[in-house]
Ligand binder design. Structure first.
Ligand SMILES: Nc1ncnc2c1ncn2[C@@H]1O[C@H](COP(=O)(O)OP(=O)(O)OP(=O)(O)O)[C@@H](O)[C@H]1O
Length: 308
């Protein structure tokens, strides 16, 4: 198990982390989500020994991560850490050597990962000559090239084109299948939803929701109904009792219904506006669960009162 346990961290009187904890089982992928400034990078930097927690620790296989065991972690830092003048192939070989691979194994791994992440033709280019997205691929290859036991990646998908996203997603899934625990932070929640076995949502220095997306749905989301009423005036559903408007755009409305609200009452109200071309229950997306989880607690109470 990779365990983040009770992490607290303050900078001056700014409490950045207030007891952050989660575990990632071998072979599972954990999506670490949270608003800008929520503390994701700080949590990952603590795991890598780049920031010191005020209390708490990060353990791998029951032991606190230290300098030795961190060599077995593939880490992709937010600030990126490549040598701009070095050629791609040399750089990857260098990182693999740094993590303990012998020269021949390092060269093989560098060749393999450059190819797999679509950098084969750029092996002899200097990093500074590459586009940002390709530099990102080199950074990812650098995290993967040492055959890590654990992967901790800070926003690995940002800046990648769809082909790059697919290549990385496939590489991470393969690492998972081989038993590696993978943690990555991302604001691309559709990707997190697609790839991750478990998700953690950080807000105001605390983990406000964690579990599988399905568990989050059960815990966080009410019953969501999508109604498309093309002729309806904006706000048509606002007056229906026991209904909260989650989103509304050009007659396409998502509503959250209180437990005892009859969907047929909503349908009747929709029909009074004119045509109804779509009327169906649907599951909350991770984006909606995220909004719900990070909402200010006062706002949440107000919403619950409206829905009740
Ligand atoms: N060295 C530092 N000194 C002071 N404050 C810091 C330092 N490092 C981080 N912080 C603060 O800690 C908070 C959390 O930052 P962090 O980078 O961990 O957030 P994040 O969740 O990764 O955000 P983003 O999604 O924008 O990358 C921010 O308010 C940031 O300003």
């Amino acid at each position: 198990m990779l365990e983040f346990d009770g992490l607290h961290k303050s900078y001056g009187d700014h409490h950045v982390l207030e007891g952050v904890g989660f575990t990632v089982a071998p072979g599972s992928m954990f999506g670490f989500c949270g608003a800008n400034g929520a503390g994701k990078t700080t949590t990952m930097r603590i795991a890598m020994g780049l920031a010191r927690p005020d209390s708490g620790e990060v353990r791998w296989r029951g032991r606190p991560l230290d300098e030795g065991s961190r060599r077995r972690v593939g880490y992709m830092p937010e600030e990126r850490g490549l040598y701009p003048k070095m050629r791609v192939g040399e750089q990857l070989t260098y990182f693999a050597r740094l993590h303990g691979l012998d020269a021949a194994a390092a060269a093989r791994a560098a060749e393999e990962w450059a190819g797999r992440l679509g950098l084969g033709e750029r092996r002899r280019s200097r990093v500074e000559e590459l586009s940002l997205g390709n530099q990102q691929r080199v950074q990812l290859a650098a995290a993967l090239v040492s055959r890590p036991e654990v992967l901790i990646l800070d926003e690995p998908f940002s800046g990648l084109d769809p082909v790059g996203v697919d290549a990385l997603a496939e590489a991470l899934l393969e690492q998972c299948r081989a038993g590696v625990p993978v943690v990555f932070s991302s604001h691309q929640l559709d990707l997190v939803e697609r790839l991750c076995d478990a998700v953690g949502i950080l807000a105001r220095g605390r983990m406000v929701a964690s579990g599988t997306v399905e568990e989050l749905r059960r815990r966080e989301a009410g019953r969501l109904l999508r109604v498309v009423a093309p002729d309806a005036a904006p706000g048509w559903a606002g007056a229906v009792p026991g209904v909260r408007v989650v989103s509304e755009r050009a007659g396409d409305t998502v509503l959250e219904l209180a437990e005892d609200t009859d969907d047929q009452v909503v349908l009747a109200a929709a029909l009074r506006t004119g045509r109804v071309t779509h009327f169906a229950w649907r599951e909350a997306t991770l984006v909606e669960l995220f909004r719900e989880a990070v909402a200010d607690p006062a706002q949440r109470t107000a919403r619950e009162e409206v829905a009740a």
